[in-house]
Design a protein around this ligand. Structure first.
Ligand code: ADE
Ligand code: ZN
Length: 322
């Protein structure tokens, strides 16, 4: 339809994409072969067939296993270049890419190889792309501090930090000190909150971590006061519709609360999260939401506008799109 055509072709920014989540099964197999890494699946099809999740943790287990084929700087380059080509095809003009260094340094990969490989692909792309280093919240704050220290020689190659991995049981307060340090360093701050975790985790991310955006945040609607606050502070939510269905945050796209978030005046955006695992890059997320929810042209324009407004682009760059 005309609306879906407009939605797919409109210029947009992507603000919630884990680069390791863009690793397609074909590339996992190619890198496994190139690096001599054994895989527990006999074929690309068998691996893809294992992408049947029932919650966040069941996804994370497979996502970390997939990332185990990444060893060399060139591997990180190839993965990132493949994502940027998909983003360009979806009319993404600017993307802020998450990466999980601890997933790789735990296997002995130098953090410089991780950052340089991803960064070099961004520099070679004609899509504007910046990087956000994410701390794994199932690990300790001490481990996060060590990761930050190891990354500081590459400070010019990332613009901010985030917080991801297993949410429930690992509340934001666990990372209050390391986020304070990142704030002093002038890094932008974001955190996953309110994906599987309760509204209290969103409050803690705002009050204790001082984040500038909430990743997911869809559970905020369970708390009327919190919803009002997020609206009045123009705090953006980076919503990932297909992810929320695949990880069973909502049973069906018809039940997704994207429209309620927009109706509550929130700066909601649409993003892909882990497109290789949830079977859809950013446009597939827009299309799935627009096909299942009563969203119209005004919503499409609002979502595109929100994606640039909520980005960390300099104001003059944002103004070109707003
Ligand atoms: N790591 C990759 N994708 C994630 C998600 N949706 N939530 C938490 N951690 C993640
Ligand atoms: Zn995510």
């Amino acid at each position: 339809t005309q609306l879906l055509h407009i939605v797919q072709n409109m210029p947009k920014a992507e603000l919630h994409i884990h680069i390791e989540g863009s690793l397609e099964p074909e590339l996992i197999f190619a890198l496994a072969q190139r690096n001599g890494v054994p895989l527990s699946y006999p074929s690309v099809d068998a691996l893809r067939a294992a992408y049947d999740f029932h919650d966040l943790q069941s996804f994370l287990d497979i996502y970390y296993a997939g990332a185990s084929v990444l060893l060399k700087e060139q591997d990180f380059y190839d993965m990132t270049a493949a994502y940027l080509a998909k983003a360009k095809a979806d009319h993404v003009r600017h993307t802020e890419i998450f990466f999980d260094p601890q997933t790789h340094t735990a296997r002995g990969v130098p953090i410089g190889d991780v950052i340089n490989g991803i960064h070099r692909a961004c520099a070679d792309s004609d899509v504007s792309a910046t990087l956000i280093l994410c701390f794994l919240r199932h690990l300790s704050e001490e481990d996060a501090f060590a990761t930050l220290d190891a990354a500081l020689p590459y400070r010019d190659k990332f613009i901010g930090v985030g917080l991801d991995s297993s949410e429930v049981g690992h509340p934001p307060e666990k990372f209050e000190r390391v986020f304070a340090r990142c704030r002093e360093l002038g890094l932008h701050l974001v955190a996953h909150a309110g994906e599987e975790g309760p509204p209290a985790y969103i409050r803690a991310a705002l009050d204790l971590l001082h984040v500038e955006r909430i990743d997911h945040g869809v559970r905020c609607l369970e708390d009327v006061d919190l919803t009002r606050r997020i609206a009045s502070e123009k705090m953006a939510l980076t919503v990932c519709p297909l992810s929320n269905i695949k990880l069973r945050v909502f049973d069906h796209m018809r039940e997704h609360n994207l429209l309620q978030l927009l109706d509550a005046g929130l700066v909601a955006t649409v993003n892909s999260d882990d497109p290789a695992y949830f079977r859809g890059y950013v446009n597939a997320n827009y299309v799935a939401a627009f096909e299942s929810l009563p969203l119209g042209l005004q919503h499409a324009h609002q979502l595109a506008k929100n994606s640039f407004a909520a980005s960390f682009l300099p104001q003059a760059e944002k103004d070109k799109y707003l």
